[in-house]
Design a binder for this molecule. Structure first.
Ligand code: ATP
Length: 336
């Protein structure tokens, strides 16, 4: 069956003006499609532009350039009326559920608010029934409705945030590091909940995270971000089994393997130094990975975004056509 595109991002840029003449290129030309019903994972280290990409896609930030097309419409060119409708279809779940829930509101009020704003379930009794249903959908119960956020654990608070995001029955949810602030034991529960809700409600997710191990479990396809760019994009399994970009290889090698025999034998690629600033980005990923050989080429020109295997895209000079034969072999040997 042909994949149906729900959201299409084309050469999207979001730059922040910092000082007089200083521009921070948080997102600097990213392109990908998200298919109906899938989970698209966006991963990369802190500061690479994942959240900014998500916020620009949902229209919380204006774009600097490029476009985001959702259900055939350009998100940044909607009329006020269209915007209102659009916000019903696209929701966001945040990293810190405590900060995103009003501490002075009860759970009932928190979940009710988006419905009130959009005039859904005007009948109070029906709305309350809907709130109870949403609480049950996320593994809480109706007794929780009159309590306040501080009375809940981190995992439960994230469930409240998810219930609120579901209140308008959206098609698409951006989950921005939804499990990073939670205990490891609770993380899997929230991931399982998100998966179950996806199946039950036919949801499409953009799942933003810095931790590749968890992203693998939930994502169908993954885009790897580095300093405002996507450097590799493919199906989740393919990315784990055959990572092409040295940066992806380095991120993967940082994930611990539970089997000590395998863990002892494998070679780790350590990312070197602090993550460089997008205010003053280096050319390529050479300072973070071991790809010393590509340094000269990266400084000269940006690598081309190309499909190396079926549905497996990468932007890296290691895969340039002109680098056939000995040069290419040498470079590949040096990063593996
Ligand atoms: N509103 C803003 N104004 C100015 N700079 C910003 C703003 N939001 C983000 N940035 C900068 O843009 C860059 C990308 O930040 P962003 O939060 O998108 O990265 P991230 O990959 O989501 O990282 P994290 O996981 O730490 O949130 C960073 O250098 C950040 O300081």
């Amino acid at each position: 069956m042909e994949n149906e595109v729900l959201l299409s991002v084309r050469d999207l840029k979001k730059h922040f003006t910092m000082g007089k003449n200083e521009i921070l290129k948080a997102v600097d030309g990213i392109s990908f499609d998200i298919y109906k019903g899938e989970t698209f994972g966006l991963v990369g280290e802190s500061g690479c532009g994942k959240s900014t990409a998500g916020r620009t896609m949902i229209g919380l930030y204006d774009r600097t350039d490029g476009e985001v097309v959702f259900n055939g419409k350009d998100v940044h060119s909607l009329s006020e009326k269209e915007k209102f409708q659009f916000h019903k279809q696209m929701q966001m779940i945040f990293q810190d559920p405590y900060a995103s829930l009003n501490p002075r509101s009860t759970v009932k009020e928190i979940i009710s608010e988006p419905m009130e704003v959009h005039g859904l379930f005007p009948n109070k009794k029906e709305r309350l029934e809907r709130i109870y249903q949403l609480l049950e959908d996320v593994g809480l119960n109706r007794d929780h409705a009159n309590r306040y956020p501080h009375e809940f654990s981190g995992g439960q608070r994230q469930r409240i945030g998810i219930a609120r995001a579901l209140a308008l029955d959206p098609d698409f949810i951006i989950a921005d590091e939804p499990i990073s602030a939670l205990d490891v034991s609770v993380q899997a529960q929230v991931v399982n909940l998100l998966k179950r809700l996806q199946e039950e409600k036919g949801l499409t997710y953009l799942f933003i995270a810095h931790d590749l191990s968890m992203v693998k479990q939930i994502s169908d396809r993954i885009g790897v971000m580095y300093l405002g760019h996507i450097v590799e994009l493919t199906a989740s399994n393919q990315l784990y089994n055959k990572p092409l970009h040295p940066y992806t290889q380095a991120l993967l090698s940082a994930i611990p393997i539970p089997d000590p025999d395998v863990e002892d034998k494998r070679e780790r690629i350590i990312l070197q130094g602090e993550l460089p600033s997008p205010m003053d980005p280096p050319s390529g990923c050479v300072f973070r990975t071991r790809c010393q050989h590509a340094m000269d080429i990266c400084a000269q020109k940006k690598p081309v975004w190309q499909e190396i295997d079926k549905d497996h895209y990468v932007a890296c000079h290691l895969y340039d056509e002109h680098l056939e034969g000995k040069d290419k072999k040498e470079m590949l040997v040096n990063i593996r």
